[in-house]
Design a protein around this ligand. Structure first.
Ligand code: PLP
Length: 385
């Protein structure tokens, strides 16, 4: 029969995909379902970006680019991060940057420290690469943030990476400069540990954003910053992200990428170049739009019985506790399944992000959709589910 490689053992369809599929089924059966389950801005890609991509295609930029990315885009990214082009790799979305970094550096049994809640893909990507995820619970009381003490306790001689994500998907936590510096101080004592800082939501921070690379200049030689245009520029489908780090690491990632995709799409790279070098006033406008939605969503959630929602400091997700509704034999997964069936609203259970007792609601949706969904959730919870 069909043989599934050992490296895929334990890897299942992501919970987010499963919920989206269930929502689609209900819709096909005639139910009116509002999905707040995916992390994708409802805004369009800016017109000037689309124009640049079309012009590039017409000019003939339709061939293989260098594996690491076009010289022009690498240059623009290097400028953005205050580094050199040799310290930059362009990949098929931020996700492939993460995959290349892990596949290019992990040997079987190597450990990767993941503060939880984390973006669902992190733990599975580590496993596929042969590594062992070491989960550190960071609960609501800590603002969902990793503390230096907990980091110290999680590090072993096998630790290769710490993966940080600020602003965070799903919690919206944003680390301050001082908080990052305190983590860096711990890492100074453990030279075997490198840092992946996933900063894909950096332009969607409602608090002052600090890159780990700026907060911890002494660790720059073992830091990989991951970012891209997917979220802030509303370019998820163009599949362009990048990594910025020490040259030997970037070279390993280029080697990995050379044998998987040969590099990102030429037209996508032309689009990303236009995004990075073009007008940015719309970024602030979109950020304020997200901030208004955040305030509305957090206020509405906190008015619901048994829901406790801290205020996200960045990204476009709320991660409220629904612990008051749970009990023996009724998990956050069951709770979300009930919300979908009773209220016709799709949200994702916390356990998909490694932290039980919560759910994630994306507010990257139009205000009227959010308002309608929140009304239904309130009615369902007041009705006792
Ligand atoms: N990192 C985080 C924390 C994300 O939430 C996402 C998308 O959901 C990604 C990376 C992937 O970004 P991209 O679409 O550029 O691959």
């Amino acid at each position: 029969g069909f043989y599934r490689a050992r490296r895929l053992q334990g890897l299942e369809l992501s919970e987010i995909v499963r919920i989206s599929e269930r929502a689609r089924e209900l819709r096909a059966a005639g139910r009116d379902v509002i999905s707040l389950s995916t992390g994708e801005p409802d805004f369009p890609t800016p017109d000037f970006v689309i124009d640049a991509a079309m012009e590039a295609a017409r000019r003939g930029e339709t061939r293989y680019t260098p594996t690491a990315g076009t010289p022009a885009l690498r240059e623009a990214i290097a400028k953005e991060h205050g580094r050199t082009p040799a310290e930059v790799i362009v990949s098929t979305g931020a996700k492939q940057v993460l995959a290349s970094a892990l596949l290019g550096t992990l040997d079987p049994g190597d450990e990767v420290v993941l503060p939880t809640p984390f973006w669902t893909s992190y733990a599975d990507m580590v496993r596929v690469a042969g590594g062992v995820p070491v989960l550190i619970p960071c609960d609501m009381g800590d603002g969902f943030k990793l503390t230096p003490e907990r980091l110290e306790a999680a590090i072993s001689s096998r630790t290769r990476w710490l993966m940080l994500n600020s602003p965070s998907n799903p919690s919206g936590a944003v680390y301050s400069r001082a908080q990052l510096a305190a983590l860096a101080e711990v890492l100074m004592r453990h030279p075997q540990v490198w840092v992946i800082s996933d900063e894909i939501y950096s332009h969607l921070s409602f608090e002052r954003f600090t890159s780990f690379a700026d907060a911890a200049p002494d660790l720059i030689g073992r830091t990989l910053v991951v970012s891209g245009v997917s979220k802030a520029w509303a370019m998820t489908g163009w599949r362009i992200g990048w990594g910025v780090g020490p040259e030997p690491l970037i070279r390993a990632m280029i080697a990995m990428q050379g044998q998987s995709t040969s590099g990102a799409s030429s037209v996508g790279q032309a689009a990303a170049l236009a995004a990075l070098t073009g007008d940015r006033t719309f970024l602030a406008e979109r950020r304020s739009a997200f901030e208004e939605r955040r305030d509305m969503v957090v206020t509405a959630l906190n008015a619901m019985p048994g829901i406790d929602c801290p205020t996200p400091e960045g990204a476009f997700y709320a991660f409220p506790s629904c612990a008051a509704h749970l009990g023996e034999g009724f998990s956050d997964g069951d709770f979300c399944a009930r919300l979908l069936d009773v209220a016709g609203v799709a949200v994702v259970p916390g356990r998909a992000f490694g932290l039980d007792g919560h759910f994630r609601l994306s507010f990257a949706y139009a205000t009227n959709e959010l308002t309608a969904a929140l009304k239904r959730l309130l009615a369902a919870l007041e009705g006792g589910l």
